[in-house]
Design a binder for this molecule. Structure first.
Ligand SMILES: Nc1ncnc2c1ncn2[C@@H]1O[C@H](COP(=O)(O)OP(=O)(O)OP(=O)(O)O)[C@@H](O)[C@H]1O
Ligand SMILES: NC(=O)c1ccc[n+]([C@@H]2O[C@H](COP(=O)(O)O)[C@@H](O)[C@H]2O)c1
Length: 290
């Protein structure tokens, strides 16, 4: 694999071209490069990847292992514009470099599978694409992926999100000028969501999170334009075990600066090596944007 420096400068060039182009979505890298087009499901993990964490690894690997199908594909999608958060370190080229390392870690993780079973040959492991989008909202991300003609059409997209993101997808404040949930029809008529529970003080416990989907299914959101049948297009899955500490990119950024030993359980191995050697979160790093 290319050195960190080579990865970073390749992505810096690609990003510059993408930013000045009219494109809304572009695939930069396919791992492995010589893959046939997907014919199964297109799983999409949209994230700031700042940095990719073990939670992202679990979200993606459990989805891919649920219905093993080598012709399915995983798209790691970097949102260069976030619905809420301002831009901050690491730079986008550092994040894309970490996404490529993450893709290799994830494929090795999938190949290793269950320790009690023989390892899967790499050619049976789904291909992973690394891409960027300028679109912050899921309805537009899904439409721009389909409109890019990068994939055969029609291809069902399954967007992999956490519970906190599900709640924000269902917040009418994101859909001007009417501020209803009606624009989500385009998403749920063709695509699905696989949502990982994320119990926390802020987002509620497991039962409270499950209740959100139950209330959608009962029609409680119809006064806002949220249709009850969409509940069948949303799958809720368990996240971390209650005894495990919560993992987030915020924690990984903090650990990079003040508790590097914690990176071991927060991020996959190659991402940890990149964070320790390239120091993308250090204020002294030349690549840092403030
Ligand atoms: N520990 C987790 N459990 C469930 N979902 C998660 C978890 N970490 C991330 N996700 C989901 O993965 C997607 C991308 O995550 P994102 O990049 O926002 O990570 P994050 O850890 O929440 O970031 P940050 O800490 O920087 O806010 C989102 O849909 C988010 O809900
Ligand atoms: N209504 C929506 O589609 C909606 C709302 C909030 C965040 N998002 C997106 O979700 C992704 C994850 O967001 P955070 O990094 O803020 O957790 C980002 O791409 C962000 O732009 C989408």
């Amino acid at each position: 694999m290319a050195s960190s420096q080579a990865l970073r400068s390749r992505y810096a060039t690609l990003l510059k071209q993408f930013t000045t182009s009219a494109k809304e979505f572009e695939v930069f890298t396919t791992v492995p490069a010589d893959s046939a087009p997907p014919t199964g499901i297109l799983y999409v993990l949209d994230s700031s990847f700042n940095p990719p964490t073990r939670a992202h690894l679990r979200i993606a690997s459990t989805a891919l292992l649920e219905q093993p199908e080598p012709r399915s594909r995983l798209l790691l999608l970097l949102a260069t514009q976030n619905a809420d958060k301002p831009s901050k370190p690491a730079s986008f080229e550092d994040r894309l470099a970490m996404m490529e390392l993450f893709a290799h870690d994830l494929r090795s993780h999938l190949a290793a599978g269950n320790p009690s079973e023989p390892a899967s040959p790499m050619e049976h492991i789904p291909t992973i694409d690394i891409a960027v989008t300028k679109k912050p909202y899921f309805i537009d991300k899904a439409a721009s992926i389909a409109a890019s003609h990068h994939y055969p059409s029609p291809l069902e997209q399954v967007h992999l999100t956490g519970y906190d993101t599900l709640i924000r997808i269902f917040n009418p404040k994101y859909y001007p000028p009417e501020h209803t949930l009606q624009p989500l029809s385009a998403l749920f008529s063709q695509h699905r969501l696989r949502v990982t529970l994320r119990p926390s003080d802020e987002w509620g416990n497991k039962e409270e999170q499950e209740e959100f989907l139950a209330s959608l299914a009962r029609g409680d959101l119809e006064h806002q334009g949220g249709r009850r049948e969409w509940a069948q297009r949303i799958q809720l899955v368990e996240g971390r075990k209650p005894a495990d500490p919560p993992v987030s990119s915020t924690k990984a950024r903090e650990a990079a600066e003040s508790a590097p030993q914690d990176l071991q359980w927060l991020v996959p191995d190659t991402v940890r090596q990149f964070v320790l050697s390239e120091r993308p979160y250090s204020t002294e790093s030349p690549g840092t944007r403030v």
